[in-house]
Ligand binder design. Sequence first.
Ligand code: ADP
Ligand code: MG
Length: 703
Amino acid sequence: MSEVLNVEEIFAGKVFTLGKMKERLPKNVYKELKRVMDQGGELSLATADVVAKAMKDWAVEHGATHYTHWFQPLTGITAEKHDAFVTHPDAEGKMILEFSGKELIKGEPDASSFPSGGLRATFEARGYTVWDITSPAFLKEDATGVILCIPTAFCSYKGEALDKKTPLLRSMEAVSEQALRIVRLFGNTGATKVVASVGPEQEYFLVDREKYLKRDDLIFAGRTLFGAPAPKGQELEDHYFGTIRERIGSYMKDLNIELWKLGVTAKTQHNEVAPAQHELAPIYETANIAVDHNQLVMETMKKVAGRHGMTCLLHEKPFAGVNGSGKHNNWSLGTDNGVNLLDPGDTPNANIQFLLVLACIMKAVDTHADLLRQSASDVGNDHRLGANEAPPAIISMFLGEQLEDVVKQLVETGEADHSIQGGKLQTGVSTLTDVDKDATDRNRTSPFAFTGNKFEFRMVGSSDSIADPNTTLNAIVAEAFCEAADLLEKADDFEMAVHDLIKEYMTKHRRIVFNGNGYSDEWVAEAARRGLPNIKSMVEASSALTTDKAIKLFERFGIFTKAELESREEILYETYSKTINIEALTMIEMAKKQILPAVMGYTKTLADTVLAVKEAGADASVQAEVLKEISAKLAESKQALTVLEEKTAKASAISDEKEKAFFFKDEVFTAMAALRAPVDALETMVDRKVWPIPTYGELIFEV
Ligand code: ADP
Ligand code: MG
């Protein structure tokens, strides 16, 4: 028997939970803290001092030596700067560890080395981290020791957001305020806020560390830049939900334990579609905490992989020709008195509040399809959205049979008098228990699918922070709620007004609903006919942030200022160019110093063979032909390499960030593909023993 794992005992062991605060803090302090957590407002410095001391004592009891303000700059990952709890020793040389309320509330990292997109000149380097009281502090344990991590927001001296958390928190307040207006209209006076909840399903790849270390592309770019397909891919569909191999299983077990200790409710685990691809999903929670936890999930996935002699790849497309990784972002809105605004109940046709919420979401998604698309774009995701694989880059909504039918009734007749029911599942086997079916089947190809009591935004990339998609979702839905509430609060006849509004919104925005196969070419044509945007790449999506429509939306709800949006767009271009530049340089390096030399060596061997065979009086035509074919591909590779070198140098000389990003996309990226093709062909032609880097077969089938 293996040792018994007590999950209840280890769960949140490394988190300074509400329970621990309640236990360790004086009653009045705890009450004040809880009030600010729930309703916002100022925390007095005296209270902060007491909380800081309790937090420090707890952390030190668990071996912590340092604390850090843990934040999420626009790099998309997290940042930390450690400070020890040490203070001046007293006259007798004795050290007393301290941590003050001031240190808890505010930090001041030098902000000049984080991306700011021109928001802050380097001489204005001040940036502040501010304690996010709504996300619990936790302990991180690694070679550095035990560090108390305090989730914080990161802003410039002038209060501009330099991170992902600040706008997310702003958007949560906005959607809460507007959603409250909606539920009040339906008589819910008990709710004091509406919370956005998120459950992200995280996909990832695991590769053997030894092999990973032999590939510069994986090291520098996180994805393979060369690589011929292995004889087997995912065509047998034998990996999805397949039995989990021992090595992966022991990784998953350790990962779960680490995550549970951190208070992350790791719940689901399974093998994904591509070989070496897996998924983990936690239970949904408040958007803000879900975002923090997803960062911890990604970080922990990488850390634990190291312990198992593996490397975790979070890139959206580590391998060409097999599925890439995404992150399904499940999102819903619920009041603090227990009502999920996205729960249709058994008879959605009669649930007017739900229908209004749905109509508003249809309006929001249709009006701001470009923003949603933008929120899910990152460099790696360009390989998925609208490229080799789904979901498509076109935003549409899947409602399912039942809701689609209700919408149809409303739009066409003005009344919805029935809802299609699921009924019983007919298996044809008498010994199988009768089970109820859902009213609606699933659709796996929709980028924004209704799944019973939530929407699943499936476009998000696996390596990306989920802060942006959720900020955008909250913002666009807040706007639609606000506009509906503005009208309905003034209506003389509420029932009539709400009925008309639902019908109006659904009629106007029905074009965003698509229940068919989102991967098909017909849909691309159909979407164009409907006038839905099809934005193919990250750089093309970026300007969605600064349209008049977007600025008006974000400024109205205090989520982003125009300057913040402009800076974010600028950072996206910079990030794109830098990333493609790294990829191009890595390709150049690998081609020049590893692959071409290996192939040249092999041609020498072949040439020697041809000569020797001829000299021995035998027929060397086969050897000569192979030599000729390989030499031709070698020449093609060399030429493509030269082009790539030229284009990369030219790109770097462009000073306008937007122009540069487009050049990287249109010219450099294309030149990379042109180099990859003959090199991948060479891989299939030369002796396996001379190929200098591990192959796809070795990387994804031999983990
Ligand atoms: P599937 O792969 O079948 O879509 P998973 O179980 O892998 O489902 O993931 C579903 C995710 O959705 C989980 O994180 C789950 O907690 C989350 N979820 C469930 N209900 C809600 C809800 N009301 N709001 C937000 N997320 C939810
Ligand atoms: Mg899943």
